[in-house]
Design a protein around this ligand. Structure first.
Ligand code: CU
Length: 470
């Protein structure tokens, strides 16, 4: 142990990069796996008993802190690495059979999307912290260095571990003071989608971003996904023109993020036609649950925080509701090509700043108001009388460091959604998972403007827009 302590300064980013390079080996294995299996006929992942369940009747010490029963899990060989859009997995190295990680809590200049930056708190230069990835049965040792201006601690949310490793400052351990490094060590005796977050002054520190995902892969799974995406939802209050999230906000959030990014700053999730896709969701928003809806697919929710759901209990959904503090994972075979929206269905969660601070102008008829005001304020225009959609596209001047309205440019028009919005891109014949650009729809498969002749042919009679129906 002493030796490992001395090595701490040596756990620098460069050394960790070496283990990160090993991670990329997973892709090679994956293509082989895919070639062997018929993509449309894959069986769903069967629910597996966790090590925790198998250990239930063992003596306490053996149960809560078992010796690792397997060699450390390796990407490619033992699991398909997760993809955390707009973030990375935390590098690790193996010291005497233990996976060693180093989290550094620190202030980070974070960009939510081009045009909006803020000073947040995160880990290792990222907001949120990098995804911790490991395999059931691994022994993990996680060093946490506190470079924040305030005391902190890290709680491993959803993990089964000895009480003194649970990370609640004051209850389970001392506060990690600025400049100090603490060591957490335990054996992973479960698998699933989990999280980590500061557990000291949670309201402030989590609001500023000190949260992350903790993914534990099952040991020897029967089937593995080809694409395994991990997304964390969060909410923030950043007043227009300011650059610090306001942790005192309780209800009126104005930034809603996937992996701390807002559309159009969210990286698309790219899959090959026929890929078996898993999407994991973790929610550490302060106050909001998020019903995350995927277009174009039905899926089965395969995991909750408690691990895999028995096959007989899985039901089909198109929306995965993830409450605060919860994790959900769902799976499907990507058998329909295209660009498919995935977004929170709370409509205020797909808006950016100012979406909630606008007077209700719907139906207001400005009459001569515009020309009258223009005498005093040239260029004045009454806005919002038919909604917010057009404002996004008008190229209005906005205050510095703000994303007042919504969305980004799509292949057909402006997409009037921001915030918790991202895109699943499914393509045939791609050879890499780089962003393939916009989908080219086959001729005749896009909704479009019809001619009067087409309307007549189907007996559709038109009335003028003002006429009331019936
Ligand atoms: Cu939401």
């Amino acid at each position: 142990m002493k030796d490992d302590d001395k090595k701490l300064p040596g756990i620098n980013r460069r050394k960790f990069l070496a283990s990160a390079a090993a991670l990329s080996g997973g892709t090679v294995f994956l293509s082989g796996l895919q070639a062997q299996e018929g993509v449309k006929t894959r069986e769903p992942d069967e629910a597996r008993e966790t090590t925790a369940a198998a250990n239930r009747n063992k003596p306490l010490m053996e149960r809560i802190d078992p010796k690792p029963t397997h060699p450390p899990g390796q990407p490619g060989r033992d699991y398909t690495p997760v993809v955390t859009p707009n973030n990375i997995s935390l590098p690790w190295k193996i010291v005497n059979g233990v996976k060693v990680y180093h989290l550094i809590a620190e202030e980070v200049d974070h960009e939510f999307a081009p045009g909006l930056k803020a000073k947040c708190w995160g880990f290792n230069g990222h907001v949120h912290g990098p995804t911790i990835e490991a395999v059931e049965g691994d022994r993990v040792r996680i060093y946490v260095t506190n470079h924040l201006p305030a005391g902190s601690s890290v709680h491993w949310h959803g993990l089964l571990l000895p009480n003194g490793m649970d990370g609640v400052a004051g209850l389970n351990q001392k506060v990690i003071k600025p400049g100090e490094t603490f060591r957490y060590e335990f054996t992973l005796r479960q698998h699933g989608t989990h999280m980590y977050h500061s557990h000291h002054d949670e309201m402030t520190q989590m609001a500023l971003g000190t949260v992350g995902l903790f993914i534990i892969h099952p040991r020897n799974p029967k089937v593995r996904p080809d694409r395994d995406f991990a997304l964390m939802t969060h909410e923030w209050r950043i007043d227009v023109g300011t650059s610090r999230p306001n942790p005192n906000e309780m209800t009126d959030f104005n930034i809603f993020t996937f992996n701390a990014r807002i559309f159009p700053g969210t990286e698309p999730m790219v899959a090959k036609l026929g890929d078996r896709v898993r999407i994991r969701l973790g929610n550490l928003s302060a106050m909001s649950h998020h019903p995350i809806h995927l277009h174009g697919y039905q899926f089965k929710i395969t995991e909750t925080d408690g691990g895999q759901i028995a096959e007989s209990a899985r039901h089909v959904e198109t929306t995965a509701l993830t409450a605060v503090g919860q994790a959900r994972a769902f799976e499907f075979v990507a058998d329909e090509p295209g660009d498919w929206a995935m977004h929170c269905h709370m409509t205020h969660h797909v808006m950016n700043q100012m979406g909630d601070k606008f007077p209700n102008m719907i139906g207001v008829k400005p009459g001569k108001l515009d020309s009258k005001v223009q005498k005093l304020l040239p260029g004045y225009m009454t806005m919002g009388t038919d909604g917010m959609g057009e404002m996004a596209t008008m190229g209005m001047a906005v205050p510095p460091n703000s994303l007042p309205m919504v969305g980004g440019q799509g292949p057909f028009d402006y997409i009037t959604m921001g915030g918790l919005f991202t895109i699943l891109k499914v393509r045939e014949g791609i050879t890499s998972y780089e962003d393939p650009g916009w989908y080219e729809n086959p001729t005749g498969t896009v909704a479009n403007l019809v001619s009067a002749e087409q309307l007549r042919a189907d007996g559709i009679e038109m009335r003028s827009a003002q006429e009331s129906p019936g």
